[in-house]
Design a protein around this ligand. Sequence first.
Ligand code: ADP
Ligand code: MG
Length: 605
Amino acid sequence: MKYVAGVDIGNATTEVAIARIEGKDIEFLASGIGPTTGIKGTLKNINGVFMSLKNALNKLGMDYSDLEEIRINEAAPVIGDVAMETISETVITESTVIGHNPTTPGGTGIGVGYSVMVDQLSKITDKMDVIVIVPSKVSFSEAADRMNAVKDNVNITGAIMQADDGNLLNNRLDKKIPIIDEVTMIEKVPLGMECAIEVAPIGSVVSVLSNPYGIATLFNLSSDETKRVVPIARSLIGTRSGVVIKTPEGDVKERSIKAGTITIIGAKKEVVVDVDEGADRIMEGVAAIVEIEDIQGEVGTNAGNMLDKVRRVMAGLTNKHKKDIKIQDILAVDTFNPQKVKGGIADEFSLENAVGIAAMVKSDRLQMEMIAQVLTEKLNVPVYVGGVEADMAIKGALTTPGTNIPLAIVDMGAGSTDASIINREGKVKLIHLAGAGNMVSLLIQSELGLDDFEMAEDIKKYPLALVESLFHIRHEDGTVQFFSEPLDPSVFAKVVLVKEDDELVPLEGVESLEKVKQVRIEAKKKVFVTNAVRSLSKVSPTGSPKDIQFVVMVGGSALDFEVPNLVTDALAQYEIVAGRGNIRGCEGPRNAVATGLALACVEQD
Ligand code: ADP
Ligand code: MG
């Protein structure tokens, strides 16, 4: 009888399986899990191995010295990274814009006129429509007096205020107008220019200024000019109030960077794709080259910058020179990226079309043997590098009840999606593709404009709810949950994440529950459905996923509460039976490789 441990050092997680072996019989005793320390395949991993081993051994009251053998994985030699770049720059040459969401604007409706400082109103002699500018040094009552006193030639159609006094001002006006307040940088509003303001009723959003043709109508724009206001209109979508100011041509100068091309290089041919054409075209290009040698972006363009960023990160990770980094696969995804609107005066953002890229490089410097040696010395237990990760993953996946060969698995981790297939004869074929859990989180972060990657990770992992009262929430599926104790007032009326034990985490500054949900699901589809189909096509004996019958999903991202369903749905059209793995009938999709490594200890006897 002996005790053995299988240890899987992943990009994100180090997993352990401990088993007792008697002759040909194996009994699994405990599992352990912990974060991988350092870059996979480097000596820094050893700390993580200690922690995960300890985690499992503690459950059994055992010590390292009770183990007779430890097997670590011959790690998949891939490292993934993600990057994001807008594919076209915002070009605004003739307008400044304030997209604004003051909590209490005054009045409602649309006003168009020339911007005039409140203390200059009495000096106007021409007949004109006016938008009054009220800096905070002028009190609302003084402003009201001045505005009520204008002569007949002046028609006041709206006001922009610096202080938060929109309602107070409107209450004192003889003629009610829309008023935007809380405009902190009011000194940036150019005077004597044509401007349009819109304030929507409570609970709605602007509809004229968020529509390019709406702006065109207000300012009499030509079709060329209308094209240029599209980013302005888009930056105002979803706000309660907004201002657009027409400034003379040339006031706001712009430089635009070309989107550029991506070249996918194979042994025999190359494919060049314009990034402008979108992610689908890029992926067609990637699919057209069977054995990719490298992928490059045009120098001095957005595409070039994006791939350069990836190469730099990878070079740092693998201790190589940038020019020696060969990108082996990319997953390109159409997305949106908030870009600061040039010419804006209140830090407005506009969601610009962007392409996100996950890239993967092969690394030949994985030092698994070295890790095994150091571990052997430190633990005083023989540590072997045992078997290719994909073989082990299949061995482990086959402990899922109801599975048999031939079988394909899709291992969905943090940086890469790996697929392998075992045929009736026991032969294994495998492929590593760029793009997995990190890419999903990056897309969520970018499309929702979040500062924080961890927040995006949480949005990926937890379902949403709306706190409708202090005693009940409505979950994203429509069900209502009641509470006997009042909830914390800080979550009231907020969109929240529902974590373990009903912990509610409010999401600040998000548009709506529906928006977050849509972004989340789309991000998961764009990465995992695409990669499941792509990877299965590559390992399939015929090149089509149709010829695979059973697929088991494993890895951390298979824990996701909706990814397995999205993939299962998508694969159903190929008549594939797909589902989340349940390693050893109890581990869920985790621990496949570690389990396979422990199993491998038996057969050698
Ligand atoms: P690796 O094999 O590369 O170490 P893992 O198999 O540990 O990777 O998977 C890590 C990925 O799984 C990360 O992207 C993480 O966000 C994701 N993940 C972990 N738990 C969950 C969960 N409960 N729901 C969704 N994703 C998860
Ligand atoms: Mg893994």
